[in-house]
Design a protein around this ligand. Sequence first.
Ligand code: FAD
Length: 498
Amino acid sequence: ADGARVPALVIGTGYGGSVAALRLAQAGVDVQMIEMGMSWDTPGSDGKIFPKVTTPDYRSFWLRTRTKAPLSNFLGFPIDKDVPKYTGILDAEDFAGITVYQGRGVGGGSLVNGGMAVTPKRANFAAVLPSVNADEMYDTYYPRANAGLGVGMIDPAWFDTADCYQFSRVGRKHAQRSGFAWTFVPDVYDWDYMKQEAAGTATKSALAGEILYGNNHGKKSLVQTYLAQAKATGRVAISALHKVTSVSPAAGGGYTVTIDQINTTGDTVATKTVTADRVFFAAGSVGTSKLLVKLKATGALPNLNGEVGKGWGENGNVMCGRANHMWDPTGKLQSTIPCSGIDNWDAGGAFAEVAPLPTGIETYASFYLSITKNPNRAEFTWNAATGKAELSWQTAWKQPSISMAKTIFDKINSKEGTIYRTDLFGANKIWNDTLTYHPLGGAVLNKATDNYGRLHGYTGLYVIDGALIPGNASVNPFVTITALAERNIEKIIATDLP
Ligand code: FAD
């Protein structure tokens, strides 16, 4: 409520925020969570909370009047369409050189993502975050995160026969014939539930084209895991459709947090202030970075250091498709949940997930999202004239990602006598090099913060989300974000709480 005082305020309800809220509450601290998106608990007129990926509607995009699907074209036809402006679930946030896709709503990115739950190879983690004790991460915090998230693996025997994974089996065959390591990838989707979908005994979700705009069944988002546990403590309150716009030191100690309450067309309907003893920035890499550079530049938090806004990367994301021969159909029915990847990280700097194209028709296409070791890093800065945060990323900075992904797909194409698809991302465009699903960095651990996420310059302000990770995680990032949050909050509770 307006004017309230709270011991801990968490900005955002994604992975970092959910871990912080649960562990603080378990330690006896009352937590107020603030989330700009909706709470996604009420069905629309079709009886479903979330629409399918093939039929986007007002629920699909954050305050856009036209959809912006990651695959913009198919067989030469544009897919995007006009929709009413609404606080929908997927934000395609446009910066000058890149579109950053993010989840909006209680649960953050866990609402929209594919649920691929990958623990990186230890050497790769150590290279990304050298100041973190890797023994502790692999002995304690990665296992804790995997358990908390409900990570599981597809049954390999079922994989070999399921119609809905023919696309992955084709991906495996082609990877192995070119000598690449192919691996199963764990996921938070309930694999037993998916078997029931395939058997026709449960309402379909992964097998009914649900992904990107939410899953109505089967996927364990944070709402079913960390946030459910957090709510059960009775100490966590969540305000949805509330957006934090400022944090500054309060006269009597603690911080004054300014919050806009918005309606479903994005208009501010009320402005509130809350005083918090401690504030956790968990608005995601982009949300946290934007807030911090604004608060430093506008004088709300002038003592933040010069690392704020820096070290941002896109986890080397790049997409491509391959056109298979007629004897390699990828299947009419495709599960929306990826379950496998091609690992060429050490030799070529690329880890490619074999992704579905759940169109409902045979496409003879193999589709991949590659995570690459792109070394380029961008910076957020505050533009006082426009009143907006800007990101310095340039489209050309994806070239290393393309080169690294080509170490896999040029070889497969040459071995199979196949070519790249040129119809998926616009006319004659092979690589989707204009987006990321994996924003990371902007308030890097041990630079903008100390080695546990305490922001330099202010006691009681913390960063606890993907902003801490310097631009690349070597694999899909949410398990690492969760594990790092588990590590940091344990230390913060042990040493900072009275
Ligand atoms: P987020 O999960 O982004 O949470 C931040 C929250 O803060 C959001 O809910 C946001 O609305 C809210 N917020 C922002 N600003 C404010 C503000 N000012 N006031 C109030 N609230 C605010 N990762 C994987 O590991 N595996 C995958 O398979 C995978 N697939 C993906 C697919 C898609 C389409 C996308 C978009 C992402 C995918 N990711 C995947 C990435 C993963 O979802 C993110 O890395 C993860 O969600 C980031 O966690 P976070 O805690 O940093 O922030």
